[in-house]
Design a binder for this molecule. Structure first.
Ligand code: ADP
Ligand code: GLC
Length: 500
């Protein structure tokens, strides 16, 4: 684990390419999943490499109230196809040693409303999402071209997921000088597909609505626009980069992605070790490190108290923190739960998402009080306590482009138990005699997405839990691993340098 002493940020070097990092969410202002974490921690890591990185984000209410002071840096009064908006600049404190310059698109008509970034309070997609994120793409393209009103000009626009997918398309059709674009796929399942009429209504040329362009099964696709027009594509793990070039994980885009494989790079996400570090985590009661794990037990007790589980330090405590969706495999977890409580193990779930699944998980907790505890909602503080207090972290994801919690878990001495998919394959080493022997074992991996395999693997973990010395070895192996951005930020820098 890297040093925890705050180091003042070096001034950006003039010799490095300047980057505009375009994202629909960023921690701590607005986060629905891992993209929020990465949008803060990767730019911070690039800043530490002396790169001049600035963010572009929509001005949701929590962004406008959370970032102070702000300067007005440009006004876009007559953007065809979009309501008028103001561009403001501020600094986002990412952790106690860095802050990142941010441009905020202040457009009350599109962003000033109660609810999430993508959905209304009832969980329905905002009907004008094509404009909410079309504007993000449009402003990104303006700032990345000679049409920009700003003095600061990026060499690279770095787009993230479908919400910023139109930037490369707008730039492609811009006749003047422009930045090169990188499109990062955090999740290919979310594509931003809209009716074909939107092509004209968003100011894109009719010629772009083509199989070789932004057309996708009779719709216009924001993500495909990015994947088609960006100079380079990245995704968040090497294994996912391979998986998306064929069925089923290509989600219909496998042809395009394999045709562009020379411009497709898988780079594993890192984690912000200043925020996810059991030796100094402000959300946990009792700190510990890989040289002395004894205090972890105190966190387990606090977690059991907090979640009204039986106070028992001998029972293995399993946990999951996640968006509750089909992707994350909660249906399997639900199927095995009645057997789990008999093994016995305890189970803590923190999550929110699909309303039906939320209900059935809540029913499980009611059926097994003291053994299964479910918290529906989004709670940063509880997520840290769970990472610190649990023994084993479950990720039975059907697919997982990278996944962050399996890395947080390893840093917290909480052994991950994962399905062999995406970034989970790249970051968790299954415990076998060979991996125990060479010191690489850090968790448990199962290969078939079935309830039987999940249950069998949980049983395998519970057996190993009885062998305290070996369990401790696995914890220490995981805690000693380097999940920082050091190597991955340098990999992004290589791509930026190549394109600039
Ligand atoms: P994804 O981006 O697919 O949701 P990741 O594993 O990359 O999955 O990242 C999920 C992030 O969101 C992690 O930081 C995790 O702790 C956090 N998270 C997910 N659900 C919740 C929740 N209900 N409460 C707090 N944090 C959550
Ligand atoms: C996505 C993926 C997740 C990844 C995250 C950050 O939401 O589902 O696996 O870790 O983006 O890249």
């Amino acid at each position: 684990m890297s040093s925890t002493v705050p180091i003042p940020l070096p001034v950006p070097s003039r010799n490095e390419p300047r980057i505009l990092f375009i994202t629909p969410e960023v921690f701590p202002l607005c986060k629905t999943g891992g993209l929020g974490d990465v949008s803060a921690s990767l730019p911070a890591a690039l800043r530490a490499l002396r790169m001049d990185v600035r963010l572009l984000i929509p001005g949701y209410p929590q962004v406008l109230t959370g970032l102070k002071p702000k300067r007005k840096v440009a006004v876009f009064e007559h953007l065809k196809y979009f309501p008028p908006c103001v561009l403001r600049a501020a600094k986002l404190p990412v952790n106690d040693s860095s802050s990142i310059p941010v441009f905020i698109i202040d457009c009350p008509e599109l962003y000033s409303r109660e609810g999430g970034p993508y959905q209304d309070p009832a969980g329905q997609d905002w009907p004008d999402n094509a404009w909410r994120f079309g504007l993000l793409g449009k402003i990104g393209a303006i700032l990345g071209s000679d049409a920009s009103p700003l003095k600061w000009q990026p060499h690279i626009v770095h787009c993230n997921d479908w919400q910023s997918g139109l930037t490369p398309a707008y730039l492609h059709f811009h006749p003047g000088r422009k930045a090169a674009s990188v499109m990062t796929i955090h999740n290919l399942a979310f594509q931003g597909n809209f009716p074909p009429e939107n092509v004209a209504r968003l100011g894109l040329p009719a010629s772009s609505y083509d199989m070789h362009g932004i057309e996708f099964h009779g719709r216009m696709s924001f993500l495909k626009a990015g994947l088609y027009y960006a100079e380079h594509i990245t995704t968040v793990s090497p294994n996912y980069a391979r998986e998306i070039q064929s069925e089923p994980l290509g989600f219909g885009l496998q042809g395009l992605l394999s045709a562009r494989r020379e411009q497709l790079t898988g780079i594993i996400n890192g984690i912000d070790e200043t925020l996810w570090n059991p030796a100094r985590d402000p959300y946990i009661v009792s700190h510990y490190s890989h040289t002395d794990l004894s205090a972890k037990a105190i966190n387990k007790r606090v977690l059991q108290e907090t979640m009204a589980l039986a106070l028992d330090d001998t029972v293995p405590l399993f946990a999951a923190i996640s968006r509750i969706t089909h992707q994350k495999g909660f249906d399997l977890l639900q199927q095995v739960a009645p057997q789990l409580v008999k093994i016995p193990v305890q189970l803590v779930i923190l999550g929110s998402g699909n309303a039906e699944m939320e209900k059935s998980l809540t029913a499980l907790a009611q059926a097994y009080p003291g053994k299964i505890a479910v918290h529906i909602g989004y709670t940063e503080a509880l997520s840290h306590l769970i990472e610190a207090g649990a023994d084993c972290f479950l990720m039975p994801s059907r697919f997982e482009p990278c996944g962050l919690n399996q890395m947080y878990s390893q840093q917290y001495g909480t052994l991950p138990l994962v399905h062999a998919t995406g970034g989970l394959v790249d970051t968790v080493v299954d415990c076998t005699p060979a991996t125990l022997n060479d010191g690489s074992a850090t968790g448990f991996v199962f290969h078939l997405m079935t309830a039987e395999q999940l249950l069998a693997t949980i049983r395998r973990a519970v057996e190993l839990f009885k062998d305290t010395a070996t369990w401790r070895t696995l914890q220490q192996n995981g805690m000693a691993k380097d999940f920082s951005w050091r190597i991955s930020a340098a990999a992004y820098r290589r791509i930026y340098r190549m394109l600039a």
